[in-house]
Design a protein around this ligand. Sequence first.
Ligand SMILES: [Zn+2]
Ligand SMILES: [Zn+2]
Ligand SMILES: [Zn+2]
Ligand SMILES: [Zn+2]
Length: 250
Amino acid sequence: MPSSPPLCLYCNLAMGPADPVALCGACWAVVHDGCLRRSGRCSSVQCPGDPATMVAADVAVVVGARIAAANAEPATCPECGGVTEFGCLIPPARRLWLRRTPGIWFEPARESAPPARRRSGWHVAGAGLPGRRCRSCRALYLAGLPLASLRSPPGPALPYCPRCGAPFASGCFDLRRYGSGAVGFVPQAPPGTSEVRGYRATPDRFALGGGAPPAATIAGQCCPRCRFSLIAGLPMLGLDPRSGGSCDNW
Ligand SMILES: [Zn+2]
Ligand SMILES: [Zn+2]
Ligand SMILES: [Zn+2]
Ligand SMILES: [Zn+2]
């Protein structure tokens, strides 16, 4: 999601686009290739990942390919047998300032604390969720999983942000924090493909279920400092507000 080149998690120095770097496919931490050789393992705390070496400019391509692969299924909706399409889920943004900075609300989970009267979380500006939507019944799938199944995190939580090293918060992204319950979905070509898809400037809005919503919240992790976010083990895509809500490349 960061628009500026991330800093190396190991040495905290910038990485130029032509620099050899190592990308961890488990936590998405990026370090200089030399820093990987010095440390001998992923620099993210408790990460068992095996980072792969590449040129820094290719990191976005590799991440985009992983996101596309994870969202290639289901091509046919298990609910109704309809055809599904790739696109980007866009949370409602009814307030004026949020129209300019679309995003999603994150609320960290609180252990053993009494429920807070006021909600304590933060707005993750520009966050968009790549996924698939059934053209017939409008069921949503993120990383191949039905939205309703993503209420609890599928894997072990990372203690520290793989991007900046700050304590990494586990909690829920709230799709309906700002609006009426309608969530936008913009069909588009999966990252890394040359497929041309008709672009809709106005997201196709639909209610998240007329009766019981399939999921108002999605479990994940988010960094309080740099806002790097993971859902179903995948980093969130950025949303470019200038293009009316299209997902940009990571
Ligand atoms: Zn480094
Ligand atoms: Zn890692
Ligand atoms: Zn369906
Ligand atoms: Zn961070």
